[in-house]
Ligand binder design. Structure first.
Ligand code: NDP
Length: 323
């Protein structure tokens, strides 16, 4: 037997139960991974609450690192004993051991430990595609990043600065502002009460060519008003709730804006894209350009406490769950 966090109903953190489950066996093209560390991500909350649908009972979680302990027929990508990590559907990472398609696994370079790997794959490859593909940030540009002291946020700040951009971060407390500044945000706005006015002041009226908005419902409209004409609104998360229906006419009225709602799964669907994103991420982390901040760890069995902290906005940087 192995252990996993399972949910039998959608709801609050109390629906997360630490249970015995049969040891899974890899089928053709699959590998069994013994997890060393599991990444906590906001998407785990969406699957727990039912905002994102899944059949029940279910084991949530999309990211972990560990060692390959068995492989199914036809697997060529990894071998038993390999140190690996992944950030991928389907859910099932909140477990001591899990089976996953071998072509979703990435071999870890020696310099990257398990905790760092579990903390960075999903948030780091998200930052990679957001900055390098969804909107290609150019040197000299000033960009707006919401939840700048969060998991994705701290990576975005550091990587964007490395690309030569000036980052305006948005956070909820002065402590988070300090953290965002220490990780590359040149300007930090605390709270979003008067966001467009603040962005106008900082940019001397030019506004920004791109907004990376992971907060969703509470900030969507204000974010649109921070964009320069022809700017790109990247709505990539729902921490405050889903944005819902949008009047497309608004995009015209506010300056022929672009709007996208990207997801990591689309950007990593091709194996070549997964390899590019992972290699690019390992490169900036190994060079020290992007430092992965594992600012909280919890036993995996106490995943409910980790969810409470994440939803109460008490976490900063990345959080790892230890099996
Ligand atoms: P974070 O560490 O960023 O945690 C969420 C943060 O959102 C909080 O710390 C808080 O920062 C901010 N926030 C604002 N309003 C609320 C609210 N009402 N309730 C809770 N938090 C709020 O999480 P992650 O780094 O894991 O993920 C960040 C976002 O990116 C999530 O929305 C996630 O879904 C999204 N995401 C999207 C991906 C994609 O491909 N589309 C992939 C990965 C993540 P503060 O207190 O400073 O406001």
């Amino acid at each position: 037997m192995t252990k996993a966090i399972r949910i039998h109903a959608h709801g609050g953190p109390e629906v997360l139960h630490w249970e015995d489950v049969p040891t899974p066996e890899p089928g053709p093209g699959e590998a069994l991974v013994h997890h060393a560390a599991v990444g906590l991500n906001y998407i785990d909350v969406y699957f727990r609450t039912g905002l994102y649908k899944t059949a029940l009972p279910a084991t949530i979680g999309m990211e972990a690192s560990g060692t390959v302990t068995a492989v199914g027929d036809g697997v060529t990508e990894v071998a038993v004993g390999d140190r690996v990590a992944y950030a991928s559907a389907p859910i099932g990472a909140y477990a001591t051991d899990r089976v996953i398609a071998a072509d979703r696994l990435v071999r870890l370079p020696d310099g990257i430990d398990f905790n760092t790997a579990a903390a960075m794959m999903l948030q780091g490859m998200t930052a990679q595609y957001l900055l390098r593909r969804t909107y290609k940030v150019q040197p000299g540009e000033t960009i707006l990043v919401h939840a700048a002291a969060g998991g994705v946020g701290l990576i975005l700040c550091q990587w964007a600065r490395h690309l030569g951009a000036t980052v305006i971060g948005v956070v909820s407390t002065p402590q988070k502002a300090e953290l965002a500044r220490a990780h590359g945000a040149a300007h930090v706005i605390v709270g979003h009460a008067d966001l467009p006015a603040e962005v106008k002041r900082i940019t001397g009226g030019a506004m920004v060519p791109v907004v990376y908005d992971s907060v969703g419902k509470d900030t969507f409209m204000a974010s649109l008003d921070c964009l320069a004409p022809l700017g790109m609104m990247v709505s990539y998360g729902n921490a405050s709730g889903p944005v819902g229906a949008v009047d497309v006419g608004l995009l015209g009225a506010k300056g022929s804006l672009f709007l996208t709602r990207p997801s990591l799964a689309t950007y990593l669907a091709k194996h070549s894209d997964l390899n590019w994103a992972a290699t690019d991420l390992f490169d900036v982390v190994q060079k020290g350009v992007v430092r992965i901040r594992v600012n909280q760890t919890f036993p995996l069995s106490a995943a409910a406490d980790a969810h409470r902290a994440l939803e109460a906005r008490q976490t900063t940087g990345s959080t790892v769950l230890l099996p």
